[in-house]
Each structure stands twice: as structure tokens, then as C-alpha cells.
Design a protein around this ligand. Structure first.
Ligand SMILES: *Cc1c(COP(=O)(O)O)cnc(C)c1O
Length: 374
């Protein structure tokens, strides 16, 4: 057997750009601009241009981007925010942390993105914002969501943590809502070498509030106008991200090529299902997801062959112990619950080779051909 195939391989990516990254490290240490500073400002400008918005504000994490973005819109106690039940916990936690109420809805069973019809049914007078997630790297169905938001005077905040570079009807994710939030967690399509996040917006009020909030509510040194937090992008991460951003398009293209190869090789294999591609979005394949009722057995079988996989996510938000206060038991969101039981994320990163992909698809074919354990 030809070694382990990891779920993601951050070392392979570092090696491909090590010279540039190491130079950036030395530049920042020589300048000692560790917190905010010129490299952060430069990356904010680069990222805003990439997303096609007027402003980007670098913060400490994706969770903080969501939290500060919501605070900048003055979402808080007494407000409701609508989000999908099948997302990473951070989407919900950000809403809870600003004091607003989490209102969950189910997803589309084929694209896995938030279901606009379910959002329409969940809208109430207390709804202040919609928080769609561009799940797995494919844009949520934004047109009906933006229409619903406009006709009900609520804000749209995008969780774009999995969708750096994805386009919805030709427009970049991160430029569609009033505010959008990105994560630079190392495993994301654009990842730092530590934590980091970004708020993008073209609204001058939101950008000013977010800039203050991330830095202790400071207007000028030691002059604090609001009770802010400490959540600042640091100079090293910004410099690394500036090095990586020009590579993102080719990395996303590589992910798409790998996804195409997986798709060709896996179509019609056993009872395996594949995530549907939305006609209105490009897909940057943060995750490549397959589904089968025998998910756990398939996962074990791949693990025995040295193939690492992920589950995104095994427990939907409403069944998390942390959200038992929502009092929503099993059955509340059937699609999200089915995905939690049946989906499996295959190895996906730009540096994946055709040989590795073939090993994965051969192993899956053999699993379904071998009489299916259990
Ligand atoms: C990763 C992620 C986040 C949180 O980002 P962090 O940088 O880890 O705080 C939020 N939402 C989604 C959908 C994510 O995938």
C-alpha cells in the first residue's frame, strides 16, 4: 500500500510556496508589526479587491468575523437570526454570543444549502438577519434569500468560511449580503498558519464599527467609544495570506479538477450519492461530499486502507447538547439529520494527485463490490 492519503495535506501546500512564505516571515519579524499594521492593511485591501467589496476588516477568527459582523449590524437581544441546521457550530455560536436567538431551518437535500422556502416560513417580526452558509464551497441560493430579506427589511450576513473564491451568478461570495464573514483557519481554501478571519462589506458604517469592535472599541489610542473585544488579525498571518491569495484561483481550479475526477469515477457506484452542483454557483470544493446509508462502514473500510475522511457534520446544531435549550429533538430537520448520518467527505486539497484519487475511488468501488459489510 502506498502510504496514507490524508484528508487535507497542509505540509504539501507549505512546501510548494515555502520560499515566499519564509521571506514574508522575515519581513514581518524585521518590521516588528505583529498586531494589525501595514501588512494587515495591505492584505485587507487585497482581499476586499478579490471579493469585490469596498472594505475588509481582519479579525481573529471566522467565529469573530461572524460575531463582530452581527454586532456591527446591532443584532442582539430580542432579535432572531435564521441559519441552517447543517453547519459548523460557529455559525450558531456567533448568534448566541451577541445575545440573539438562533432560528434553525432545514437544508435542500441535494445541494445541502439552506432551503429558501424554509427560511420564508421561519420569518417572523423578530427576525433581524438571515445567515446563509455557502456550505462545502458552493454558494447558497442567494437570489430568493436576498428577495426575502429586502421585502421583510432584514439583513443578510453570509457565512463564507468555506467559499473563498466561489461565485454566485458571477458575483463573488462575500459580496452578496450586507456583511460577509470568512475564516482563515488553516484547513480552509485560503488558510493562515494559525487562526484568522475577515469581515467584508461595502457599508461604511459597518466597516467603521467592525474596526472599532475588534480593537477594544478604540476610536483613537486609549479613547474607547464602545465595549469592544480583542480580535485582531496579526501581521504574520496577514503576510502569509498575502503570499497565498494569488495562488487561490489555481488551487480552487485544482480542487475542481479533483472533484470532476471523483465524479466521473464514482457515478453509479453502489448506492453512493453525490452532492448536486447548483446551476447558479461555481463550486470551490472546500469539501467533496458523497452520501450512502452505509457511511460508517465505508469510512472504516477506507480507514483500513489508509484513506482518511471527514464528516461534516456528524451532529446537526439542534441535536448538539450546547443547543438543548432549543428543545428540538430528532425529526425536526429530516434533511440535515439524514446528511449527518449518511455523508462522508473524501480527501480534498489542491496537491492531491490523480493516483491518490484513483486509490480512493478504487477502494470505494471495492467496498460496494465486496458484499457490503453490515
Ligand atoms: C470554519 C468555519 C467557521 C469558523 O471559523 P473559525 O476560523 O474556525 O472560527 C464558521 N463557519 C463555517 C461554515 C466554517 O466552516
Amino acid at each position: 500500500m502506498a502510504g496514507i492519503i490524508p484528508f487535507v495535506d497542509l505540509v504539501a501546500q507549505y512546501k510548494s510556496i515555502a520560499g515566499e512564505v519564509d521571506r514574508a516571515f522575515h519581513e514581518v519579524t524585521a518590521s516588528a508589526q505583529y498586531i494589525l499594521g501595514a501588512r494587515v492593511e495591505r492584505f485587507e485591501e487585497e482581499f476586499a479587491a478579490f471579493v469585490g467589496v469596498d472594505h475588509a476588516v481582519g479579525v481573529g477568527s471566522g467565529l469573530d468575523a461572524l460575531r463582530l459582523g452581527l454586532l456591527a449590524l446591532e443584532v442582539g437581544r430580542g432579535d432572531e437570526v435564521i441559519l441552517p441546521a447543517n453547519t459548523y457550530i460557529a455559525t450558531a455560536l456567533a448568534v448566541s454570543e451577541v445575545g440573539a436567538d438562533v432560528v434553525l431551518v432545514d437544508c435542500d437535500p441535494e445541494t445541502y444549502n439552506i432551503d429558501p422556502a424554509a427560511v420564508a416560513s421561519a420569518l417572523r417580526s423578530r427576525t433581524r438577519a438571515l445567515l446563509p452558509v455557502h456550505f462545502t464551497g458552493q454558494a447558497a441560493e442567494m437570489r430568493p434569500l436576498l428577495e426575502l430579506a429586502a421585502s421583510n427589511s432584514v439583513e443578510v450576513v453570509e457565512d463564507a468560511a468555506q467559499a473563498h473564491g466561489a461565485l454566485y451568478e458571477g458575483r463573488p461570495c462575500g459580496s452578496l449580503g450586507k456583511v460577509a464573514c470568512f475564516s482563515f483557519y488553516p484547513g480552509k481554501n485560503l488558510g493562515a498558519y494559525g487562526d484568522g478571519g475577515m469581515v467584508t462589506t461595502s457599508d461604511p458604517v459597518v466597516v467603521e464599527r467592525t474596526r472599532r469592535l475588534r480593537n477594544y472599541g478604540e476610536r483613537a489610542k486609549y479613547d474607547h467609544v464602545v465595549k469592544g473585544v480583542n480580535s485582531r488579525l496579526d501581521g504574520l498571518q496577514a503576510a502569509f495570506l498575502s503570499v497565498k491569495l494569488p495562488h487561490l484561483a489555481s488551487w480552487n481550479e485544482a480542487r475542481l479538477r479533483h472533484a470532476d475526477m471523483y465524479t466521473v469515477e464514482l457515478e453509479g457506484v453502489g448506492d453512493l450519492g453525490l452532492q448536486k452542483r447548483s446551476p447558479s454557483s461555481t463550486h470551490v470544493y472546500h469539501l467533496f461530499v458523497v452520501e450512502t446509508a452505509e457511511r460508517d462502514a465505508l469510512r472504516d473500510s477506507l480507514a483500513e486502507r489508509g484513506i482518511q475522511t471527514g464528516i461534516h457534520y456528524p451532529i446537526p446544531i439542534h441535536l448538539q447538547e450546547a443547543y438543548s435549550d432549543l428543545r428540538l429533538g430528532p425529526g425536526a430537520f429530516p434533511h440535515a439529520e439524514r446528511l449527518a448520518h449518511e455523508t462522508l467527505s473524501l480527501p480534498m486539497y489542491p496537491e492531491l494527485t490523480e493516483e491518490q484519487i484513483r486509490r480512493v475511488t478504487d477502494a470505494i468501488r471495492e467496498f460496494f463490490a465486496s458484499g457490503r459489510p453490515r
